[in-house]
Design a protein around this ligand. Structure first.
Ligand code: ADP
Ligand code: MG
Length: 372
């Protein structure tokens, strides 16, 4: 059982730099929580404060209702797995995994049993007598996890554990970590800068930027209802397309008129949300549409709102294709996901229609969403 709560937690480093600002989060027992955001946004700092490896400058940290600010790392019943594995090179896999138990003074047969269990779960039985230098990157990462598992901690903390692995192995290990969480039934907090990893692993995701939490939600909700333009652009690949413009409010109808002269009418529900925020007429906004929510129009097909442009790049991915579209007088290319059997080529003139239910609008000044 491990419930973790951070209340107004902040971190100011000795040089005065504020790395984490007013971090508030309640993590339920057995949750798989992800901290995601660009490099330098304060993910590792927050994780290290939870682990007790970094002092908390302000606010409170609770584990199962007990304040932990002044409890030492070794007394927090937390295990941490690092990006660089931190294995002892001169020790065998068996000894690496057993190390913390030995230090703790566990009996030999207890240690051996726990090492065997961990090796079984992680598929390391064949390599227990090897040294780290004789292992692949994926195996090293498993040994690092084995060292955490044998301690049977309340909480697992992982800081970019897969970022030293190649793409294919990363995909495999992702699945293994998900199944590990399922088997161990402990609370996991996992740091990554990779939104795909975040979306596939997390029960909830904390999106951070510049030391500030931007949004905390399930992967589905982050994708569907981003709270601001940063989250909208960070979650999803290829990223959401953004178009600057102004609100045009006439006869109870609200549309975004983009700088490229496209009028995007808003659905009734979006209009309702927008009007709740007052002063819509003439407001400077940014419209957003994801590549998967643009549809290639056939010749002669009519639609109210569409983008027209010229194919710049056509990327075939097998099951689908990504098309990058140039618009006259606009540096930014529009990205769309289209069927794999649309055989487009550079220079083709195409039109892309908006799925109007899926249009987002953000306040240009604050970046906050206006339409959900
Ligand atoms: N010991 C330190 N002293 C001063 N600044 C630091 C220290 N450690 C990290 N930082 C700064 O704090 C910010 C957050 O760092 P970090 O938590 O490691 O980010 P992330 O893990 O999201 O990449 C960065 O700008 C980093 O340079
Ligand atoms: Mg980090």
């Amino acid at each position: 059982m491990a419930e973790i709560e951070l209340k107004h937690v902040c971190k100011t480093y000795e040089n005065g730099f504020e790395a984490v600002k007013d971090f508030n989060l309640k993590i339920a027992d057995k949750e798989f929580i992800i901290f995601v955001g660009p490099s330098g946004c304060g993910k590792s700092t927050t994780l290290r404060m939870i682990a007790g490896l970094e002092d908390i400058s302000g606010g409170e940290l609770y584990i199962d209702g007990v304040k932990m600010n002044d409890v030492s790392a070794s007394d927090r019943d937390i295990a941490m797995v690092f990006q660089n594995y931190a294995l002892y090179p001169h020790m065998s896999v068996r000894k690496n995994i057993a190390y913390s138990l030995k230090i703790r003074g566990e009996k030999k047969d207890v240690i051996e049993q726990k090492v065997q269990e961990a090796a079984e779960i992680l598929g390391l039985k064949e390599v227990l007598d090897r040294k780290p230098g004789q292992l692949s990157g994926g195996q090293k990462q498993r040994v690092a996890m084995g060292r955490a598992i044998v301690r049977n901690p309340k909480v697992f903390l992982m800081d970019e554990p897969l970022s030293n692995l190649d793409a294919k192995l990363r995909g495999q290990m992702r699945v293994e970590i998900a199944s590990l969480h399922h088997r161990l039934e402990s609370t996991f907090i996992y740091v990554t800068h990779d939104q795909t990893e975040a979306m596939t692993l997390g029960t909830r995701i904390v999106v951070m930027k510049d030391g500030v939490v931007q949004q905390v939600d399930t992967p589905q909700n982050l994708f569907r209802y981003p709270a601001n333009q940063f989250v909208a652009g960070f979650i999803g690949t290829p990223p959401m397309n953004f178009m600057e413009g102004v609100f045009d409010y006439k006869n109870q109808q609200l549309a975004v008129r983009t700088n490229d002269g496209i009028a995007i009418p808003l659905t009734e529900e979006k209009v309702k949300h927008a009007l709740e925020r007052a002063d819509v007429a003439g407001k400077a906004v940014v419209a957003g549409i994801r590549p998967e929510h643009l549809r290639l129009l056939k010749d002669g097909e009519e639609e109210t709102a569409f983008i027209s442009g010229e194919v710049d790049v056509y990327e075939m991915l097998g099951s689908e294709a990504i098309v990058y579209v140039k618009q006259p007088g606009n540096e930014n290319r529009i990205i769309a996901k289209v069927d794999a059997d649309t055989h487009l080529k550079p220079g083709d003139r195409i039109r892309l229609a908006f799925d109007l239910e899926k249009v987002h609008v953000f306040d240009k000044l604050t970046g906050q969403t206006i339409t959900n």
